[in-house]
Design a protein around this ligand. Structure first.
Ligand code: SF4
Ligand code: SF4
Length: 348
């Protein structure tokens, strides 16, 4: 079923939907960008279609709705604790195809990893319905086609924004009553078929080559180039690492709340352990860890796809202009070098 909806009717539909759903979508925050006179586009609750920023890619991904940058897990007193409350409404989230794939990759980490389920993620995930936003051309840092995430089928509705209104495809029949009386439209979403930016992810054939790759001198250039700010991981559609902190309310250390906050494997103290032990002390080692996680380790564990969805947000956010695509291409060259027997030892 497809419908053509003017902005006025869309606002009425949004109003009705809000009885049952929180509606989340990319929204423009004027003047809040990281440089003066620039805007920030990130996910926020919206009450009308006109609030949705559909012409540009959001700076931050949809994952922030399901796994907020900071959230309270539970509140504790001396000998008992109370879990934080989840909201009661369902979540209707406007996402692009790559973000839909990213959500599924995150489900694997939060819900199917080693037999554990993250209940805080699960209770959000169970409430989600997706509206897929059609991407017409993509942007210059997107490489979703290379990563196979340019197309998605798993959504309740798809939408195309136009100057005079919105075209909806409604797949989930529970949404059909909201569109009663609207003009029929045989809209089916199109997908980006080619990006300017392309990457061929190299296969790492065996453990020996993997071990040599970890010691390859290519990683040393990032010791200087990467400033370990973590911006790439905060903006990443698929990164899931977090840290926990106990907030003590007053002089009584037995009363407080446990929060979790997004963490970054690119930040210097990420691997600090009790006793002063720390791993991956050089920025290049942390870069190697991130890149291999996205383009080898995740797939090796879950036996399906590489973890990167090619959204390009890390490229957009890096203050040092480090491109993950260029890094993967360098990795491909290094693997060929190792196979040819030209390298095996760390230099520099
Ligand atoms: S690594 Fe970069 S391109 Fe890949 S999913 Fe994360 S932010 Fe997007
Ligand atoms: S955003 Fe760039 S400089 Fe900052 S940690 Fe990531 S790669 Fe390094």
């Amino acid at each position: 079923m497809g419908y053509k909806v003017g902005f006025k009717d869309a606002d009425r539909i949004f109003g009705q939907l809000q009885d049952e759903y929180e509606i989340w979508a990319p929204k423009r925050f004027v003047g809040k960008g990281r440089y003066s006179d620039t805007d920030l586009i990130k996910y926020a609750q919206v009450a009308s279609a006109e609030e949705i920023e559909y012409k540009e890619k959001s700076d931050f991904p949809a994952k922030e709705v399901l796994s907020p940058i900071t959230q309270s897990l539970f509140y504790f007193t001396e000998d008992e604790f109370i879990e934080s409350k989840a909201g009661s409404k369902k979540l209707l989230i406007f996402m692009r195809p790559c973000d839909i794939h990213a959500q599924h990759y995150q489900e694997k980490i939060y819900l199917q990893n080693g037999g554990f389920e993250d209940m805080y993620y699960k209770r959000m995930n169970e409430r989600v319905k997706i509206v897929m936003m059609e991407c017409q051309e993509g942007w210059d840092t997107c490489f979703c086609v290379s990563m196979g995430t340019n197309k998605a089928e798993d959504y309740s509705m798809a939408v195309l924004f136009g100057e005079d209104g919105l075209s909806f495809q409604v797949k989930d029949e529970s949404f059909a009553p909201y569109f009663e009386g609207m003009e029929d439209d045989d809209f089916t979403p199109a997908f980006v078929e080619e990006n300017e930016l392309k990457v061929t992810v190299p296969e790492i054939p065996d453990k020996e080559i993997l071990t040599k790759l970890k010691d390859h001198p290519m990683w040393r250039q990032y010791d200087k180039r990467c400033i370990s700010c973590g911006a790439c991981t905060v903006a990443c559609s698929t990164c899931t690492c977090f840290t926990t902190t106990d907030i003590i309310y007053n002089e009584n250390a037995n009363v407080g709340e446990r929060k979790r906050t997004s963490a970054s494997c690119q930040v210097k103290d990420f691997t600090d352990m009790a006793g002063g032990m720390s791993f991956r002390n050089r920025a290049g080692d942390r870069m190697r860890y991130k890149v291999l996680h996205k383009f080898h380790d995740y797939k090796a564990r879950f036996k399906d796809y590489h973890m990167c969805v090619g959204c390009g947000r890390c490229i957009d956010r890096c203050p040092e202009y480090i491109s993950i695509v260029a890094t993967v291409n360098k990795m491909a060259d290094a693997i060929e070098e190792i196979k040819a027997g030209e390298n095996g030892q760390e230099r520099g």
